[in-house]
Design a protein around this ligand. Structure first.
Ligand code: FE2
Length: 188
């Protein structure tokens, strides 16, 4: 089962980031194909500075920052993220009330290499085509979960869905991040 918690106290400037992703998303790399394609983009310096002023000790606990886009009416099937641990996904723009993070059961995975040259060859994800869906989570505030557990996205809406994903060090589990958040040690 996908363990997660919400972070309503984590707020970002949605207008700033909405404008940013709409300006930059055409240059992002992608995984998958057709309706199952998802787009991923690297952060600019302004975004990294913004996160330095949002998270305490960002330089020590954050290992990766990526923007993600799932287009309107698209679906991301069950997968685990390669090279990522726990993430906080921050909604930027889209119809989050009517789209979902999907939790899936574990089954035997298949490996798929990214055909996209913008992302390095190590950017391999694993897919779980045999997995049944367990839960659909509609989040409109930031959410923390472990990307090493099978998950996907259903964006059966008319709007593209953009998030900012903050990945934490491998040894930080969801429970650790929740503890930091609740003790006031995660956010500035
Ligand atoms: Fe993922």
């Amino acid at each position: 089962m996908l363990e997660y918690f919400l972070l309503p106290d984590l707020k970002i400037d949605k207008e700033l980031f909405s404008n940013k992703v709409k300006e930059q998303c055409e240059s992002w790399g992608h995984f998958g194909t057709g309706r199952f394609k998802f787009y991923s983009g690297h952060p600019d310096d302004e975004t990294l500075d913004y996160l330095d002023n949002t998270f305490k000790n960002a330089g020590d606990i954050v290992t990766k920052v990526l923007f993600n886009r799932v287009k309107a009416n698209n679906i991301i099937g069950p997968h685990t993220d390669y090279g990522r641990g726990c993430t906080i996904n921050i909604p930027i723009c889209g119809d989050f009330a009517n789209s979902s993070l999907d939790a899936y059961e574990w089954t035997k995975p298949i490996s798929v290499m990214s055909p996209d040259q913008d992302l390095s060859v190590e950017e391999e994800s694993r897919f779980f085509p045999h997995s049944e869906i367990e839960q659909q989570i509609n989040y409109t505030t930031p959410i923390c979960f472990d990307t090493r557990v099978p998950h996907g996205v259903t964006n059966q809406t008319k709007e593209d869905r953009f998030i900012l994903g903050i990945t934490f060090k491998d040894d930080l589990r969801v429970g650790h991040i929740k503890e930091l958040y609740e003790k006031g040690e995660l956010l500035i």
